[in-house]
Design a protein around this ligand. Structure first.
Ligand code: ADP
Ligand code: MG
Length: 330
């Protein structure tokens, strides 16, 4: 049974960056205003995510790492949400089958926190009282220690670390009211460090640089008929002279970081046709639509999603991007 669990867990957590994504999303779900990430050896030795969120209650600790247990399922309507998010209550559990997980947490009004370690879905010992300030710290040590083949495919720790930094930058662009940092273990300087702001442009400027931010314009799209509105898009796109090596598309759908290859391609097409020189643009987009319109199709752990009425949504976005590009350069 434990082999089956390990294989399933290895599917959910494919690389260090997948673990970081799950941990940061949990921190954000816990209403944190500060999320700090420390990584050692590309994440294989250590991933540590600390937040100042609402913490985990003592009585929830025994089942925290049981599969399909989640505290985020209180009302029946949430079933819709589960459907759209693919899987629930599986991330932490999965991590315990392929690493050593230690949780330190304190809830509001408590005098001390608790620390507990997990392995293979269960607590290794009773939660131990410990000093804690606010929120939760989760440590993932020796990721894939029991998956030799996986470890062999993850030999490039610089590459894995770069993926983690990229991920944190994306979260920081969307969650501008949260401060993020990401550093290598033992490093004095953080490689990403943002402060909470109310300006998206300021956030993009501090994360991706002045040359990107200078060049951005706002873009919006929604359904023409407001009464039947199924989607709203708001974003920033670069226009003429942003000279990147590759396109950056930061896409959030219903506040979840996702990829949508067909939307990305469609935008590339618009750039190529309107502004060939800016064919490697920076794009930030936030799309909101009813969760039953989002299909996490391929695999629950993939970031790739497809949308119901995808063609018409993509068309609307293409039109919006195109008219912005034309207006700004005419
Ligand atoms: P899910 O996020 O789908 O509920 P997870 O396996 O990611 O499942 O997490 C399990 C549970 O652990 C969450 O429902 C939440 O109650 C708790 N949890 C995990 N991380 C945190 C955190 N940083 N702060 C507060 N609670 C957390
Ligand atoms: Mg989660």
């Amino acid at each position: 049974e434990s082999v089956v669990n390990r294989i399933a867990a290895g599917e959910v957590i494919q690389r260090p960056v997948s673990a970081v994504k799950e941990l940061v999303e949990n921190s954000l779900d816990a209403s944190s205003t500060s999320v700090n990430v420390v990584v050692k050896d590309g994440g294989l030795k250590l991933i540590q995510v600390s937040d100042d969120g609402h913490g985990i209650r003592y009585e929830d600790m025994p089942i925290l790492c049981e599969r399909h247990t989640t505290s985020k399922l209180s009302v029946f309507e949430d079933l819709q949400t589960i459907k759209s998010m693919g899987f629930r209550g599986e991330a932490l559990a999965s991590m315990t089958y392929v690493s050593h997980v230690t949780v330190t947490t304190i809830t509001k009004g408590q005098l001390h926190g608790y620390r507990v370690s997990y392995r293979d879905g269960v607590m290794e010992h009773e939660p131990k009282p410990c000093a804690a300030v606010k929120g939760t710290q989760i440590m993932i040590e020796n990721l894939f220690y029991n998956m030799t083949a996986r470890r062999k495919t993850l030999q490039n720790s610089a590459d894995d670390y770069a993926k983690i930094v990229d991920l944190i930058c994306r979260f920081a662009v969307h969650h501008i009211n949260v401060s993020f940092s990401c550093r290598k273990h033992g490093a004095a300087r953080a490689d990403v460090h943002t402060v909470a702001t109310s300006s998206r442009l300021d956030a993009i400027r501090s994360i991706y640089g002045v040359s990107v931010a200078r060049d951005l314009m706002e873009v919006t799209a929604s359904d023409n008929d407001p009464s039947s509105s199924v989607f709203k898009m708001h974003g920033y796109i670069s226009n003429s002279n942003y000279n990147a090596k590759k396109m950056t598309m930061v896409l959030f759908i219903n506040d979840r970081l996702v990829d949508c290859t067909s939307l990305k391609r469609a935008i590339e097409v618009v750039y190529a046709a309107t502004l060939p020189k800016a064919s490697k643009p920076f794009i930030y987009m936030s799309i909101v639509l009813p969760s039953e319109h989002v299909d996490v199709n391929v695999h629950p752990t993939k970031r790739e999603v497809s949308l119901l009425n995808q063609e018409s949504i993509i068309e609307r976005i293409q039109t919006a991007v195109e008219s912005n590009l034309r207006n700004s350069n005419s």
